[in-house]
Design a protein around this ligand. Structure first.
Ligand code: FAD
Length: 391
């Protein structure tokens, strides 16, 4: 066992760190200004320009298989990259990537959806949640009924990330009601549905700086060729999509918390009260110490979850732990950092209040705190995972 990055891994980390410092952090004031004025945080043109700069530095399709022109750096390196880019709130994403489940498409689907998504010509979204079914995905009621060579979809989805901008949605619909009610998982199919086929989206305002969408399917007709994977077998695809998102939340929280903690350390040395820097006070020191310990613990959970996946092992238990602990750690740290900054922390001059609002989402989407606890305890109680199994 070797608990340090290799020279090559360190080089990747360092390159991304420099990219974030040189290209993204200088945009933060502009992003805050745009958001205060109700404008998009970052224009499409600016995002494209940044993606091309990242591409020049070798960062294109970082988790995309080499046969599709990607770098395929592996899940643990991806986590390290995610930690680095999360040290800024500038909403940057690398180009050349696509949802993991799109790789299950047949050749025609890959040509029509996967490749254009990797190339940045099409945008996707994934729709499982409904107004009546969030944590309990078994309660979804959107239906798809076969009519000749087409399927007719009816229903409503909610809180869909990217649903306002997407060119197509990968939507989960019940195709066999009896099977679905009996098993809770089977009888659901994943359809790739172009916006032109007729679904509508509506922006949902949130406490964060971006909003997901509500999607409405009213007799939307979808050709049979647009089924992703097997008829009645869509649930597994849903689990795979969500499974990836889980450790990503933990990594995002680690990156943000490291940046925030550094802000608190710097500020506490500068800010004087009663004739001394606040860093001299034990009340501040303990907040710094607790934050540092929690960040380190969350980072190891994320690295273990992704390392395990790279070994080809089942990492779902560890991914739930990384998500649960990481999301809560992020919320604790941003709260302490805001407190250390006093009134300034509460203003929109600094990004802390923005991160404070964003961090609250980490405990909700891709499986709430309660659902992660349910998964972790169920695995242990049923003996699927043994205490101390992984190291
Ligand atoms: C900004 C945002 C983006 C999102 N993006 C997407 C997306 O792209 N695609 C998508 O499909 N979904 C998306 N979601 C949906 C998200 O995954 C759900 O909101 C989440 O899973 C919780 O479901 P719910 O909101 O229906 O809460 P509910 O399931 O109604 O839960 C309400 C409360 O009860 C608790 N609870 C539920 N069941 C139990 C239980 N058995 N034991 C104990 N407590 C329980 C929950 O933890 C929660 O605290 C997004 C949500 C948000 C807010």
């Amino acid at each position: 066992m070797h608990l340090r990055l290799t020279d090559e891994q360190k080089m990747v980390q360092e390159t991304i760190r420099k990219f974030v410092e040189k290209e993204l952090i200088p945009l933060e004031n502009e992003v805050l200004r745009n958001e205060r004025e109700g404008k998009p945080s970052l224009s499409k043109e600016k995002l494209k320009e940044l993606q091309l700069k990242a591409k020049k530095a070798g960062f294109w399709g970082i988790n995309t298989p080499a046969e599709y022109g990607g770098a395929d750096i592996g899940q643990m390196m991806l986590a390290i990259v995610q930690i680095e880019v999360s040290k800024t709130f500038v909403p940057f994403q690398f180009g050349g990537i696509a949802d993991n489940i799109l790789y299950y498409g047949n050749e025609e689907q890959k040509k029509q959806y996967l490749i254009p998504t990797i190339n940045g010509d099409k945008k996707s979204c994934f729709a499982m949640t409904e107004p009546g079914a969030g944590s309990d995905t078994r309660g979804i009621t959107t239906t798809a009924v076969k009519d000749g060579n087409e399927w007719v979809i009816n229903g409503e989805k909610t809180f869909i990330t990217g649903g306002n901008e997407a060119d197509f949605v990968m939507v989960m619909a019940v195709t066999d009601k009896e099977k679905h009610q009996r098993t809770g998982t089977d009888g659901v199919t994943c359809f790739i549905v172009d916006r032109e086929m007729g679904w509508k989206s509506e922006y949902i305002h949130t406490m964060g700086e971006w909003g997901p969408a509500g999607l409405v399917f009213d007799n939307v007709r979808v050709p049979e060729e647009n089924i992703l994977g097997e008829v009645d077998g869509g649930y597994q695809l849903g689990l795979e999509w969500i499974g990836f998102a889980r450790w990503v939340v933990g990594a995002t929280a680690v990156g943000a918390a490291e940046r925030l903690l550094q802000m608190a350390i710097d500020y506490s040395k500068e800010r004087e009260t009663f004739g001394r820097p606040i860093a001299d006070r034990q009340a501040i020191q303990w907040q710094i110490a607790d934050s540092a310990v929690e960040i380190e613990a969350a980072k190891w959970l994320v690295l273990n979850a992704t390392f395990t996946l790279d070994q080809g092992e089942d990492n779902r238990h560890l991914a739930s732990m990384a998500k649960l602990y990481g999301a809560n750690m992020g919320n604790n740290v941003v709260d302490r950092v805001l407190q250390i900054h006093g009134g300034m922390g509460y203003t929109r001059e600094l990004p802390i209040e923005r991160w404070y609002r964003e961090a609250r989402l980490w405990r909700i989407y891709d499986g709430t705190d309660e659902i992660q606890r349910l998964i972790i305890s169920r695995n242990l109680l049923k003996g699927h995972v043994k205490v101390g199994q992984f190291i």
